[in-house]
Design a protein around this ligand. Structure first.
Ligand code: 13P
Length: 292
């Protein structure tokens, strides 16, 4: 179920920025902030070859960061987004407003955090993003402070199987023990949590989702938040029933049998309209599915 494949070593992040992260709704930008490592860190300086990261990837990272704010998954300058382009990782700068963030202000590092192009200080959570790429085959990482995911992470040992859609996230979601933001300890905790899940909850902090691209990582972050809200609301009504491991296995089997989430017709169905009960001409032709 995991969209992210295991395997990897310790993250070797560069020194991270000391800007305050998190909650302030009126967080300021850091225009002109010096890159760690000085001018040598900035390959876009005269005489250096600017490392190439595809324009559409830069646009996707910025679009995602802005959607995090407009969808209420973060407030102010909280959260961060990164994407992988071959052996380069492009990540949002630290403590910078997303509405004014320009593509050329994104930071680019190598897979072990080697500075390649740092027009601004990179996200303080760079070690966490590097750990996610080292642990998984992800193409993008999204970190939010979304309300219900953070509430569950703060109050519960895990997000349990409240709805079958949690199967798209690999089942119940573990909570990474609290560690200070931006630390190796937090990155190591996330790495362990991502060994068999594409999402994780960070105790007293927030959530992380990885995906094959920015869109999938963001969709997972939103699904995680929806599930956390469902859990919160259901718990207020009483003692919600949880799905059993057997029911989650049956969900997996059904997803496989239906090729759910793809445009492929089930392999065993010769009639593309379905074997037993073909729909009428005006019936829906398919299903809209979350991406896995
Ligand atoms: P950055 O602004 O440094 O990315 O930090 C925000 C955050 O959410 C830290 O957990």
């Amino acid at each position: 179920m995991n969209g992210a494949t295991a395997g990897g070593s310790a993250p070797g992040g560069p020194p991270t920025g000391g800007s305050a992260p998190g909650g302030p709704p009126t967080g300021g930008s850091t225009p002109g902030a010096a890159a760690p490592g000085g001018s040598a860190a900035n390959a876009s300086a005269p005489g250096n070859v600017a490392p190439s990261v595809r324009d559409e990837l830069r646009a996707a990272v910025i679009d995602c960061a802005r959607r995090m704010v407009s969808d209420g998954l973060v407030i102010g300058i909280a959260g961060n987004v990164s994407a992988r382009d071959g052996d380069k990782i492009v990540i949002t700068p630290s403590a910078h407003r997303y509405d004014t963030l320009r593509p050329e202000e994104l930071c680019v590092v190598g897979p072990a955090g080697q500075p390649l192009d740092l027009p601004l200080r990179p996200s303080s959570e760079l070690p966490m993003h590097l750990a996610a790429y080292q642990q998984t085959a992800a193409g993008a990482v999204v970190h939010t402070h979304s309300m219900f995911a953070t509430a569950v992470a703060t109050s519960c040992p895990e997000l349990p199987a409240i709805h079958y859609a949690i199967g798209f996230l690999g089942g119940p979601v573990p909570v990474v023990p609290y560690a200070t933001f931006g630390t190796r300890e937090l990155a190591d905790g996330l790495r362990a949590a991502l060994a068999d899940r594409p999402v994780a909850l960070l105790q007293n902090h927030g959530a992380v989702a990885v995906g094959q691209d920015v869109e999938q990582a963001y969709d997972r972050a939103r699904l995680l938040e929806w599930l956390a809200e469902l859990y919160y609301r259901s718990s207020r009504l009483g003692s919600p029933r949880m799905l059993s491991p057997a029911e989650l296995d049956a969900f997996d089997a059904q997803v496989a049998a239906l090729s759910y989430g793809t445009n492929d017709w089930p392999a065993e169905t010769s009639d593309p309209r379905g074997a037993e009960d073909p729909p009428g001409d005006d019936a829906p032709t398919g299903v809209e599915t979350p991406r896995r």
